[in-house]
Design a protein around this ligand. Structure first.
Ligand code: HEC
Ligand code: HEC
Length: 368
């Protein structure tokens, strides 16, 4: 595919390089060299786009996190492995992709939430809309086994495929000086690659670094509103444009379409996998967190729609207007809606300037 070829070219030319490997510990507790880091990143990149790992084949991380689509999929909800039957007895989908079991058949299956971009996702200590996983490397444990994502298995599928592939093993050996393939080293490689998908060269970044010509007058007016009258920075705090926190802004609840239905309580559901890489939930539900979702970082937002945890807003213009005019009503009556989300009384011109700032001044160099 075009995306992969271009990325590989960028790697070969040394244009994509690591910014920091904070999330990377290998299962071999020794310091790794710059060459080893490069091998690890290259391995992570290859793993993210390998469609052989899913059952049935055809789905990689890159299917949903597509670099050509802002590292997302431009869908309200993600779309996982297709054409299979849910075994109602086990709640899973047969790994061989057959339709032999009795149960509802899905031509396609949705993830229930919007696929977040990978751009700058390394700024978050916790991953997913509700923060239930840890850093990027920790997060990478989960999609492989998700029946509505890759429906696969690290030990049965991924590791044997890596072991049987000469190119993978060359990279693995170069990265880890060790031919024993472990899930930990593979997820650390994916995390190391994702850390390179980093954008901090937007007109806004250049402007605050001292280049007064980097933004237009409308963008500067919008920035002043963002940090002033519109009060966006209460949660989208500089420099990351996220407080790393969780808030209920009143996005209407669709439930986790289509399987579990019902409501999507977000952080209030209490799933916490950070202590349990096997995927077990370890924390208890907390009604005070109902309907709270993670504050997204906003760089590259222009190309990462649709917006919010369930794709409720189709365009960036709709998303900004929703945020500036009081969000949604607290339909659930949960009482958790953020008090900061009120109609900021912007004029039409102010709303236009604010939108221009979020849409245009936060666009950096796109890696395609
Ligand atoms: C079927 C589509 C799909 C596939 C395949 C998929 N993802 Fe995701 N990804 C999602 C969705 C949807 C979410 C949000 C889920 C949630 O918050 O509950 C997500 C969340 C994430 C996040 C969290 C980002 C953040 O800001 O919190 C990262 C990182 C990520 N995925 C990386 C990966 C990696 C690595 C793989 C492959 C091993 C992968 N994804 C495979 C759809 C997908
Ligand atoms: C109370 C904290 C808070 C304030 C104040 C706030 N936001 Fe947000 N913002 C969030 C949260 C939380 C989300 C995700 C909510 C969800 O998906 O349910 C979000 C989502 C967004 C999104 C969608 C991003 C994406 O990738 O889906 C945009 C755009 C946005 N905010 C812009 C703004 C603007 C512009 C303002 C000021 C008018 C603002 N926000 C004020 C917390 C806040």
């Amino acid at each position: 595919m075009k995306a992969r070829t271009l990325l590989q070219t960028l790697f070969a030319a040394g244009i994509i390089f690591p910014l920091g490997l904070a999330s990377c510990s290998t299962d071999d507790p020794v310091m790794i060299s710059a060459d080893q880091q490069q091998a690890m990143i290259h391995l992570g990149f290859r793993l993210m786009f390998d469609e052989e790992f899913s059952r049935p084949n055809g789905f990689s991380c890159g299917t949903c996190h597509d670099p050509q689509l802002g590292w997302g999929d431009h869908r309200p909800q993600g779309k996982g492995v297709q054409d299979h039957t849910l075994d109602t007895a086990t709640g899973s989908i047969p790994h061989d992709g057959t339709l032999a079991v009795a149960g509802p058949r899905f031509k396609t299956i949705l993830t229930g939430r919007n696929t977040p971009t990978i751009y700058n996702s390394h700024v978050f200590p916790n991953s997913f809309w509700d923060g239930r996983a840890g850093d990027l490397a920790h997060q990478a444990n989960f999609p492989v086994g998700g029946f509505n994502e890759m429906n696969s298995d690290w030990s049965l599928d991924v590791i044997p495929i890596v072991e049987a592939n000469t190119e993978y093993m060359e990279l693995y050996l170069a990265a880890f000086n060790n031919s024993s393939v472990s899930q930990l080293n593979l997820v650390n490689s994916i995390g190391a690659y994702e850390e390179t998908i980093s954008v901090f060269d937007t007109p806004y970044d250049k402007y605050i670094a001292g280049d007064a010509t980097a933004m237009t007058a409308a963008e500067i007016a919008g920035m002043d509103l963002f940090f002033g009258k519109a009060a966006c920075s209460l949660c989208h705090t500089a420099p990351m444009l996220t407080d790393l926190g969780y808030h209920n802004i009143g996005v209407p609840d669709y439930g986790q379409i289509p399987l579990t239905g019902g409501t999507d309580l977000g952080r209030g559901a209490g799933d916490d996998w950070t202590a349990a890489p096997a995927g077990a939930s370890t924390s208890t539900p907390n009604p005070a967190d109902d309907y709270k979702f993670k504050t997204p970082q906003l760089r590259m937002a222009k190309v990462t729609g649709p917006y919010f945890h369930n794709g409720f807003a189709a365009t960036i213009e709709d998303a900004v207007e929703f945020m500036a005019t009081g969000g949604g009503t607290d339909l659930s009556g949960s009482g958790t809606k953020a008090p900061e989300i009120v109609d900021r009384g912007l004029t039409l011109q102010e709303l236009a300037d604010l939108t221009t700032f979020v849409r245009d001044a936060l666009m950096g160099t796109e890696i395609k």
